[in-house]
Design a protein around this ligand. Structure first.
Ligand SMILES: *Cc1c(COP(=O)(O)O)cnc(C)c1O
Length: 498
């Protein structure tokens, strides 16, 4: 199977080239030319399989130029019990009669980014080799939190790669800072940049577009690459867990073979929910895809009106990984429905120039047939955390709470009681302050530092602190460098010399 670009139908490349390159040269995103189908018989077989075997079934249908051996190696390196603290990798927890929580946060950094970033480095390594490139891949990331740490954990000690992460000196939580500054691995570097996230981000962007620097690195056999969610190698592993959740529900006889479920996803960049849409197009019995946003509800409006408009206020919320106004992966959905790269290129031009676009009636209709859009403000999010615990004894994080709240509204508004898989994207320990403030009160916890918050959540709610967070207080700090934005290139060069 080959891959084309959302902005140029004439492009056709193998999956290894799509993954090695990341982005098509004219700015479009790589996308499979056709969608492989999986029959109900196949799904029933998969119900008897382990997560790793299920992953092979799905990935094998998309990465057709990978050998069995290559795929097995990637999958077996990524999805281990050691890294995910459970052999189920992504277990499903039945919270009540129609809400099933898909726990995507058992990986090393306690957020769902691990599901893709644990395997992406291996897929990239194989892809680069298959392309006959001798290069060393240097991953460069600017992070406001979750992605940086997940990328560090994924790429550390993976041969043929180095990873450099910059985070804003003012703009990450103390847990997040510690998680990064204590990072293990022989091929990693972490630096703080004076300023906020925009400073770190614009510094990294400048380096990515510096042609002269690119040539300089090329001479040394190195190429910069990004680990962000537009790479197909990050999206395709996310399709697996929707199949896996359905298979688990079949196996537990919670559903009958072929029975339709709904899926509800707390959404930011539209990657996670797009993976669910792929699963649906492949044949997984999904009725509605419920897209849950926080107060930054640009996607809710898009689904309801067909107009995407980023010209609006930006809010900082307690679900920071969803504080996004441009959802990059939406471009792939527009292409999947329109099948017209010129039309998509025009929408993207309008988005850059005017900050908004309106889609065709065809896209609008297909979107509203498949998706439901809703959002939860801070009060509703907090209420969902409290309610889930008080009614069902289950503690959820702030991102998952947005999804639970939107799903509750969906059921109220539509009367649709279909069993629903709710994607749970972070462990409550990762956002312990906001979770405890919702369960108890802000005043009650204001004197507790991050580690006392972990203990409080664990002791009072009978939850086990994830190992990676529990160990943090004792870990040695390896990276303490702080630099200015304009020193970033020099810092990178120095690290790469060693
Ligand atoms: C990244 C992230 C999201 C948003 O996922 P998208 O694929 O960008 O829509 C939601 N929750 C958490 C905890 C995340 O880290």
């Amino acid at each position: 199977m080959n891959y084309t670009s959302t902005r140029d139908i004439n492009i056709s490349v193998k999956s290894s080239e799509a993954i090695a390159k990341g982005l098509s040269f004219e700015g479009g995103l790589f996308i499979p030319e056709s969608i492989p189908k999986i029959s109900l018989t196949n799904i029933k077989y998969m119900a008897e399989m382990s997560y790793r075997e299920r992953a092979k079934e799905i990935l094998g249908r998309f990465l057709t130029d990978f050998t069995d051996e290559e795929l097995n190696k990637c999958i077996n390196s990524a999805y281990t019990k050691e890294k995910f603290e459970t052999d189920a990798i992504a277990p499903v927890y039945k919270m009540n009669a129609n809400q099933y929580i898909l726990e995507l946060w058992h990986g090393p950094t306690c957020a769902f980014k691990d599901m893709a970033l644990q395997i992406l480095p291996h897929l990239m390594n194989v892809s680069v080799k298959k392309q006959g490139l001798e290069r060393e891949t240097v991953i460069l990331v600017a992070t406001s939190g979750d992605t940086g740490k997940a990328a560090l954990e994924g790429f550390r000690d993976v041969e043929g790669t180095k990873i450099i992460v910059f985070y804003p000196e003012d703009g990450v939580s103390s847990i997040q800072r510690l998680q990064m500054c204590t990072q293990a691995g022989s091929n990693v570097f972490v630096g703080a940049v004076n300023g906020n996230f925009d400073d770190a981000q614009s510094g990294v962007k400048k380096i990515f577009t510096d042609k002269e620097y690119e040539k300089e690195l090329e001479k040394k056999g190195k190429a910069l690459s990004s680990a962000n969610s537009i790479n197909w190698g990050r999206l395709v592993p996310q399709i697996v867990y929707y199949f896996s959740a359905y298979c688990d529900m079949l196996k537990a006889e919670e559903i009958q073979p072929g029975e339709e479920i709904n899926v509800c996803v707390p959404t930011g960049n539209f990657g996670n929910i797009l993976a669910a849409y792929y699963a649906k197009c492949m044949g997984l019995p999904i009725k509605k895809l419920i897209c849950a946003s926080n107060k930054n509800n640009v996607l809710t409006d898009f689904i309801n009106t067909g107009v995407y408009n980023r010209n609006r206020d930006f809010y900082l919320t307690s679900s920071p990984s969803m504080d996004i106004l441009i959802s990059s992966n939406l471009e792939r959905l527009l292409y999947m429905i329109s099948q017209d790269s010129a039309e998509v290129a025009e929408y993207m031009r309008k988005l850059t120039e005017d900050g908004k676009y309106e889609v065709s009636p065809k896209i609008k209709t297909t979107v509203s047939e498949n998706f439901y859009g809703g959002y939860a403000d801070e009060e509703k999010c907090s209420g969902a955390i409290k309610n889930s615990y008080e009614k069902y004894g289950y503690v959820i994080d702030t991102h998952t709470a947005v999804a639970v709240s939107v799903h509750d509204d969906y059921v109220k508004n539509t009367g649709d009681n279909t069993k629903t898989v709710i994607a749970s994207t972070a462990s409550p320990f990762k956002f312990n302050g906001d979770v405890l403030a919702s369960l108890e009160s802000k005043e009650g916890i204001q004197d507790l530092d991050e580690f006392r918050l972990l203990e409080r959540l664990s002791e009072k709610y009978d939850l086990r602190i994830p190992k990676s967070l529990a160990d943090l207080e004792e870990k040695e700090v390896r990276f303490e460098m702080v630099c200015d934005k304009n020193q970033m290139r020099a810092v990178i060069s120095e690290f790469l010399m060693n």
